[in-house]
Write a protein that binds this ligand. Structure first.
Ligand code: V47
Length: 370
């Protein structure tokens, strides 16, 4: 198999499900690293992207009961629950903002009392608070589904209204594993694969770019992972609006699936390599550093990843509560650049759409123009 897959990659040909299965079984990690690095260089050269961003997590009170989630609470009065109002979120945004910030990432929960119109008001208020260079990347497909259902609006009308109000892009959360038998066991009451995909399809048709994720390393098999990647690749063939794919490693602290042993380093790296090789129509593979930790993130760069996400500024709790190494995640631009450079790549600061890019390695603050 190896020569055949290798020649497909050299020619830029599409890999089949069987090719992906062979790659997952491949014990020659050096071969996987070389192949995925070859593909990443065909697409992204030696560049590794990051941005300057912060998160807002409006609430962790959620109607869904995902068994992997360490963050959700049932009621506002429960220990560890929080719910911010719009004014508090704008105040927080003003505190976190500085002139190099280009993105605010908003994701939280499907709150039982907040419908589409609350989130439209939130986006409008943040748009009025933050300069236009800051993209509002907000709400997973699951949150969009919940807020639209509560308001009695279609996804198309809801997304159109959010876009008019200032929504710029959609994060990739809520995809988990698309296979219905796995989904039934890990997040039984939330929107299914076709709803998740259809919301991204609608967003793409409205010109709203989005990301896709996969929560890996719990009860799913390699076949479920391949099925997940294939559904994303098929969707991208149809609507073309996914910017990045983000493998999210399941973290086991403080949730109902805590008995499951987390994925090891080799399983993680293999998935990054196969994602880069299989998703030939998605430009970027993101190694989300707050989740992976800095050293695994650097390793992921050698296995096809070309994006790290951003500076974060100690503004997210989702992975902290699930036991990630980075308990208070925040990196400066210089620290991100050094992480990239010591792994042997060129650091490039980007905006949310990879349009404005500044090469950081060797030449300081110089626009690359590509
Ligand atoms: O959908 C929840 C995951 C996701 C756990 O688009 C967990 O740029 C691991 O989607 N262990 C939300 N993962 C976050 C997300 C995201 C993150 C970073 C960047 C982007 C982007 C999107 O977090 C959820 C779920 O898959 N998650 N609990 C856990 N215990």
């Amino acid at each position: 198999m190896a020569p055949d897959v290798a020649s497909k990659v050299e020619r830029g040909a599409r890999l089949s499900r069987e090719d992906a299965a062979h790659l997952f079984n491949c014990t020659d990690l050096g071969f996987l690293a070389r192949l995925s690095d070859l593909r990443r260089r065909q697409i992204n050269g030696d560049r590794v992207y990051f941005n300057q961003n912060f998160h807002i997590e409006p609430s962790n009170v959620c109607i869904h009961r995902c068994r992997f989630c360490s963050y959700r609470r049932n009621h506002a009065g429960d220990e560890g629950a929080w719910t911010w109002d719009i004014e508090e979120m704008c105040r927080y945004a003003r505190q976190k903002y500085h002139p190099d910030i280009t993105e605010v990432h908003i994701t939280g929960s499907v709150h039982p009392q907040r419908n589409l119109f609350f989130y439209v008001d939130l986006v409008k208020a943040l748009r009025a608070t933050l300069p236009l260079q800051v993209t509002i990347k907000a709400f997973s497909a699951i949150e969009i589904d919940g807020m639209c259902r509560m308001a009695g609006t279609s996804h198309l009308d809801g997304l159109s209204l959010l876009k008019e109000s200032g929504l710029g892009a959609i994060p990739g959360g809520g995809a988990e594993i698309f296979d219905p038998t796995v989904r039934q066991q890990i997040c039984p009451d939330k929107a299914d694969a076709s709803t998740w995909l259809s919301i991204h399809d609608t967003a793409h048709r409205l010109g709203i770019a989005s990301n896709a994720t996969m929560l890996f390393g719990h009860i799913e098999s390699v076949q479920h992972q391949i099925d997940h990647l294939e559904r994303i690749r098929n969707q991208q063939d149809k609507s073309g609006g996914f910017t990045a794919f983000i493998p999210l490693k399941y973290r086991s602290a403080n949730n109902e699936l805590s008995h499951i042993k987390e994925a090891g380093l080799l399983q993680t790296l293999r998935l990054f390599a196969v994602s880069r090789l299989f998703l030939d129509n998605i430009p970027h593979i993101k190694a989300y550093w707050p989740m992976l930790g800095r050293e695994v993130t650097q390793m992921a760069l050698l296995f096809g990843a070309d994006d790290l996400d951003g500076t974060i500024q100690q503004s997210t709790k989702i992975y902290t509560m699930a036991g990630a190494e980075e308990q208070n995640p925040g990196l400066t631009r210089e620290e991100l650049c050094s992480l990239v450079e010591t792994a042997g790549y060129c650091a490039v600061e980007r905006d949310s759409f990879y349009k404005n890019r500044y090469l950081c390695t060797n030449i300081s603050d110089h626009e690359t123009g590509n």
